[in-house]
Design a protein around this ligand. Structure first.
Ligand code: HEC
Ligand code: HEC
Length: 131
């Protein structure tokens, strides 16, 4: 169990190295503004794996090229929900387990998205599946 979570964090993707759209600044409200591409990739891959979804679950289609995603866009509600989830997860780690989350690849924390989500976009789906 613990090892699968660690693997989710060391898995390195490639897509996030694409340049952000618009004025060149990233649209980050929770992650550090100066986050490296490698750390950003690693965190995005971890979210995708821990919820068992693809990038397009949270990221809207590009208006320029339909085959592409516009990672900076906030058009999909799932992205804003995720920001809330990130804040909550950081708070739980800090307030109850003494881990201050700094959003680095492979970062150790007590509670991750996987703790609740366990490979489902919504945690209650694991129970629905059993019935
Ligand atoms: C569960 C939701 C979720 C999934 C899945 C997800 N992302 Fe994200 N992504 C976010 C959120 C939320 C932010 C903004 C974080 C912030 O505001 O600090 C973000 C930001 C980004 C950014 C920075 C955009 C900018 O403003 O420059 C990139 C690039 C990115 N994601 C790529 C990816 C890739 C590639 C994948 C698939 C491997 C992926 N994401 C999967 C939620 C998600
Ligand atoms: C303490 C448990 C817990 C943790 C930790 C947690 N979540 Fe959630 N998350 C939930 C619950 C419960 C729901 C369903 C809420 C509902 O149905 O209204 C949810 C819903 C969501 C949704 C909306 C899914 C949908 O289909 O509407 C997203 C996206 C999400 N979480 C992303 C994340 C990400 C990314 C992380 C890690 C940064 C995370 N969550 C951490 C409990 C958690």
């Amino acid at each position: 169990m613990v090892s699968s979570i660690l693997i989710a964090f060391v898995f390195v993707g490639i897509a996030a190295t694409r340049p952000p759209s618009g004025n060149g600044e990233r649209n980050l409200k929770v992650l550090p503004k100066d986050i490296s591409n490698a750390d950003l990739d690693s965190i995005m891959d971890a979210y995708s794996r821990q919820l068992n979804v693809s990038c397009d679950f949270c990221h809207a289609d590009s208006k320029v090229n339909k085959n592409d995603l516009d990672y900076a866009s906030d058009d999909k509600p799932e992205k804003e929900i995720t920001r809330q989830m990130m804040r909550m997860t950081a708070d739980i780690n800090k307030d109850y387990f003494n881990y201050t989350i700094i959003y680095k690849a492979g970062e150790k924390m007590a509670v991750t998205c996987f703790t609740c989500h366990d490979g489902f976009p919504r945690p209650e789906m694991k129970h629905e599946k059993k019935q």
